[in-house]
Write a protein that binds this ligand. Structure first.
Ligand code: SIN
Length: 311
């Protein structure tokens, strides 16, 4: 958008990672380089109107509720600026989908909020971060773009569907059955479907989430061969507020685990049934005793449940 700038909010990740040797793509420390240094190293950005802010410097495996709140507040600040067309957030790949879903839920922005990342550290022989940043900026500046999306390896994913599905490849993310929103090709967007909704699904929760001193405790328990009641019983004894069951297949649960979850539900613990399958959603039969996650993966169902409980 002519005359408008893009705010780049940095949170760390591999994109800002450093290895001792240039050939090392895996033996590095994430979140080492500052955003000013990373942007200055991309000649293609010369003259691009950018304002950069280092919100955090973390390996995203250590993402916290406090940091989410802080990030949501900084996003709200920059989104409210007339002369800002959109935001880019640099983030580690490991919990990127969770942050994307959280921000879409609490902000539902009418402007684009574009999370981007890297699978290789900045010191790699061929780092992927610089191109991902350039692509993310193209999306943040695009006419009509809106909502929280992720841009990685030239692909635009919506916050609801994006999930990391590969441990090593540069194209590590997928939108599953839904498919990506589109692609970024030489700075141009090729769109396949609509942007995320410009409405927060948890509007009243935003200020509460930022002020909350105690986030609800919601844990994920998985079904597998030989699963038992033990973990659920231990969590209930500790006073857990909610449980997401990552079931097998169509959300099926070992009978012992299911009995423990039904017991937890009867004691007031909120229980949601998702699936550990990477593709597809739980389709509940009529009369199902545990509600399904409405198509959300276990980690996103957990966030949805935390926001519901926070209300
Ligand atoms: C992280 O998630 O911060 C480290 C891993 C990555 O960015 O790929």
């Amino acid at each position: 958008m002519a005359g408008k700038k893009i705010a780049v909010l940095a949170t760390g990740g591999t994109l800002a990672g450093k290895a001792a040797s240039r050939g090392d793509n895996i033996g590095y420390t994430a979140a080492q380089l500052g955003i000013e240094e990373l942007l200055a190293a991309i000649p293609a950005l010369a003259g691009t109107p950018i304002v950069a802010e280092q919100v955090a410097q973390v390996d995203s495996k250590d993402m916290s509720f406090g940091l989410w709140s802080q990030l949501a507040l900084r996003c709200a600040h920059w989104l409210a600026q007339e002369d800002v067309s959109g935001l880019v957030i640099t983030h580690g790949t490991d919990t990127l989908e969770e942050t994307a879903y959280f921000l879409q839920s609490v902000l539902g922005p009418a402007k684009p909020v574009v999370l981007t990342c890297a699978m290789r550290p900045a010191t790699a022989l061929a780092p992927d971060g610089p191109q991902n940043i350039v692509d993310a900026l193209a999306v943040a500046a695009a006419e009509g773009a809106r909502g929280v999306v992720a841009v990685c390896a030239g692909t635009i994913h919506g916050a609801h569907d994006v999930a990391k599905q590969h441990t090593y490849r540069l194209d590590a993310f997928s939108s599953g059955d839904a498919g990506p929103i589109g692609y970024v090709e030489e700075g141009r967007l090729r769109l396949l479907r609509d942007w995320p909704s410009p409405h927060a699904s948890a509007p009243a929760l935003y200020s509460k989430s930022t002020a909350a001193t105690r986030w609800p405790r919601v844990e994920i328990v998985m079904n597998y061969a030989g699963a038992s009641a033990a973990i659920v019983e231990a969590l209930v004894a500790q006073g857990v507020d909610g449980l997401v069951a990552a079931g097998t297949g169509n959300g099926t649960l070992h009978h012992e685990l299911e009995a423990a979850l039904l017991d937890a539900q009867s004691r007031g613990v909120k229980v949601v049934r998702a699936t550990r399958c990477v593709q597809g959603r739980v389709l509940s039969p009529a009369g199902a005793r545990l509600p399904d996650s409405d198509g959300l993966s276990p980690v996103k169902a957990r966030i949805a449940l935390m926001l519901e409980l926070l209300a």
